[in-house]
Every structure is written in structure tokens, then in C-alpha cells.
Design a protein around this ligand. Structure first.
Ligand code: SAH
Length: 373
């Protein structure tokens, strides 16, 4: 006989919660499905798991090479200079993962004490296990820098701001609109007769096509999917508002497209392999491509200077990634140098992360950034 305790260990709590929700309240919009599997207070993927690194589900640019965080750190120092060297700066990171990028940024800039000594670090992180990893990563630097954790950007005190977000926006919940025979409809997650999750399209009460840009509404073929990320838009507005009122600069790096386009980009990754979005609810990383045009449309461009989005490869090469790689390689063994060059290629090659990933920077207008000019 099968031991019942053995069976219990395989129960996926999120799956039970989702099914109960659908049975009692009806199908869930894709955004609510994503929100629940990623952010459920106890069972959500971004609450309980350690998603990053070789033993996790996916790997990000700062985890690939220290040079990534170092260059972004130095870029921030240039922004600080151009902002007129404010004496107290909130250095904010959204979704800092294992704290690797923040540690690399701080290590690279501690040799610029005039800049470094102005910084207070603010980390926006939902995952308590990752908060511990971030604390450990920053403690290794042995600095006296103040570090605080927050649930959202809104809790961070006012003041001149330098903000970074790498692979944060792709994790925010999206809505999917689908062009069906009867016109545009919203995609929901429902249960089949055999109680498995399925996608269905519906036009329920209060449905509006307003979030779909006119060019997409008119020119799309039957079956097209258009994705909207309301949280990304409202976050972009909050960042914009903060930079305008407090002064500062921000850099947003993510995979995505620089114009509105159709396509189903919702994806699930578990242990570095793609899987079906319904296979491991709350146990795999769900993400989608970021619509950078939608982000820039949400910004107050009369008060902010917006650069990009440009390809990550172009941005990093402009910041001197090849030179920094060679400089570091000189002090390494042959094998280490080879590994470092391989990582650099992975970040910048058009066939790898160089073009899929885009970089968007913003800064308050009074002091102009000139890095792309
Ligand atoms: N920036 C890191 C990690 C990217 S993974 C890197 O490049 O390595 C996404 C990160 O955002 C994780 O730290 C995750 O826990 C956090 N996160 C995801 N959704 C969040 C939310 N809604 N609020 C706060 N943190 C969130």
C-alpha cells in the first residue's frame, strides 16, 4: 500500500487554491493566475523559492559575470556626477535576486568615495529567503553602508534617486487579449471537464479593447495575442514621478521588444528548461517579454530624458565591457580568462543576450545624461 504521507508530500498547494478559486468564482484572467502562482503569501514562487543560479531555475546577467554589475555601478556614478553630485542618494534596486548585482555595483564604486559615501541602499524584494541571501552578499563587502528592505517602491523615503531593475519587469503579471472570430477577447485560465487547467477566451462584463493600441487592433490576424502589463505601466509611472520630484536616474534592463507587437510570450522555466505554464504552478518561473514602448508611454517625457531602449550588447560595449574583460583577464589563469571572455560574449552576442535584452535609461531633465549622445 502507498504510504499516505508520501502522497501528501506531492500535493501542490497552489494548484488546489487555483482550482478552488476557479470552481467558486469562475475562470481567472491570466494576470490573476500569474499573481497567485508568483506572489501567493505562502506558496507563491517568488515567496518561497530560491529561483536563481545553477541550482535554481534560471540565470541572469549579474550571475553570469561580475563585469555586468561593475559597469552599471560606474554608469550610476556618471549619472550622479551629471545630477550635480547630490549629497544623499537613495540607491534603489527592484528585485535584487541574490544581491550579486548590488554587491558588484558597490564594490566597483567604493573607489569613488565622494559618490559611494552618499549612498543608502534600498532593496525592493518580496522573497524572505532572497532577502537573507542579499544581506549575506552585501555583508561580504564589509562596508558601513545603510541597507533597508521594502515590499514596494512606495515605502522608500524621498530623496535623489538612482534606481536599477534587471529582469524585474518580466515577472509582473500580464493580461492577454486574443483576436477571436467575434473580435478581441480576454484570455482566462479555466478548468476542463477532467479538472486540468486550460486557456479560454471570453468577453465578460466591463470588457474594453481600450488597452489595445489602435495599430494592433486594426492590423492583427485572427488568433493574434496582445499582452498588456498594467503593473509595469503603473510602476513606470511611479518611477517617473519619483525622478521628476526628487531628481535622479533609472536603468531598466529586461528581455522584450521596443515597439508594440503581437505574440504569446508567456513562458515557464524550471531548472533551466522551458516547460508548460500549467505543469508546475508556483514551482517554476513565469515571465513574459516587456513592452518597452508601453513603459516609455507611461513616463513623463516632458520632465525626463529617456534614452533607448538600446540592445544590451550595444550598451555594455559603449560602457567598455570588452576593455574591462581584458583588463580583468590579465590577472587570471588561462582557464579563468577563457571563462570570463565566454561570459562577456554571452552578455553581448546578438545570438545570445545581446539583442533580446534591452536597456532603457531615464533621468531627470534639469541635468542631462549624455552617455548615448
Ligand atoms: N535582478 C536579479 C533577480 C531577477 S529575478 C538578477 O538580475 O539576478 C526577479 C527578482 O524580483 C527576484 O529577486 C524576485 O524575488 C523579485 N520579485 C519578483 N516579483 C516581485 C514583486 N512583485 N515585488 C518584489 N520583488 C519581486
Amino acid at each position: 500500500m502507498v504510504n499516505p504521507i508520501f502522497l501528501i508530500s506531492f500535493v501542490n498547494e497552489i494548484e488546489l487554491i487555483l482550482k478552488e478559486r476557479i470552481r467558486t468564482k469562475g475562470p481567472l484572467p491570466v494576470s490573476e493566475f500569474m499573481e497567485l502562482v508568483q506572489m501567493h503569501p505562502t506558496h507563491g514562487y517568488y515567496r518561497k523559492s530560491k529561483p536563481l543560479g545553477a541550482s535554481g531555475d534560471f540565470i541572469t546577467a549579474p550571475e553570469i559575470s561580475q563585469v555586468f554589475g561593475e559597469l552599471i555601478g560606474l554608469w550610476l556614478a556618471v549619472m550622479w556626477e551629471q545630477l550635480g553630485r547630490p549629497q544623499e542618494v537613495n540607491l534603489i534596486e527592484l528585485g535584487p535576486g541574490r544581491g550579486t548585482m548590488m554587491a558588484d555595483m558597490l564594490r566597483a564604486t567604493r573607489s569613488i568615495p565622494n559618490f559611494f559615501n552618499t549612498l543608502s541602499v534600498h532593496l525592493v524584494e518580496s522573497n524572505k529567503h532572497l532577502r537573507i541571501e542579499q544581506k549575506k552578499a552585501l555583508e561580504k563587502l564589509e562596508t558601513k553602508i545603510s541597507v533597508q528592505w521594502h515590499d514596494t517602491l512606495n515605502f522608500i523615503p524621498p530623496g535623489p534617486t538612482l534606481l536599477v531593475a534587471n529582469e524585474f519587469f518580466d515577472a509582473l503579471p500580464i493580461e492577454q487579449y486574443v483576436l477571436c472570430e467575434g473580435g478581441w477577447q480576454l484570455r482566462y485560465v479555466d478548468l476542463s471537464d477532467t479538472e486540468t487547467f486550460i486557456f479560454v477566451e471570453k468577453k465578460l462584463k466591463h470588457f474594453s479593447v481600450e488597452p489595445i493600441p489602435e495599430s494592433i487592433r486594426i492590423n492583427s490576424e485572427l488568433g493574434s495575442v496582445f499582452e498588456v502589463c498594467p503593473e509595469a505601466t503603473s510602476l513606470a509611472k511611479s518611477i517617473s514621478k519619483r525622478l521628476v520630484s526628487e531628481g535622479g536616474a533609472a536603468i531598466i534592463i529586461d528581455y522584450g521588444h521596443n515597439k508594440h507587437s503581437v505574440g504569446n510570450t508567456l513562458q515557464a522555466v524550471k531548472q533551466h528548461e522551458y516547460c508548460n505554464v500549467f505543469d508546475y504552478p508556483g514551482e517554476c518561473d513565469l515571465s513574459s517579454h516587456v513592452d518597452f514602448l508601453a513603459l516609455t508611454e507611461a513616463l513623463n517625457t516632458s520632465e525626463l530624458t529617456v534614452h533607448g531602449p538600446v540592445f544590451q550588447g550595444t550598451f555594455l560595449k559603449d560602457l567598455g565591457i570588452l576593455e574591462r574583460t581584458e583588463q580583468l583577464a590579465k590577472s587570471m589563469s588561462k582557464e579563468q580568462a577563457l571563462e570570463l571572455r565566454k561570459s562577456t560574449r554571452r552578455l553581448i552576442a546578438s545570438t545570445q543576450m545581446g539583442e533580446l535584452f534591452k536597456v532603457l535609461t531615464l533621468n531627470s531633465k534639469s541635468k542631462q545624461a549624455t552617455i548615448f549622445n
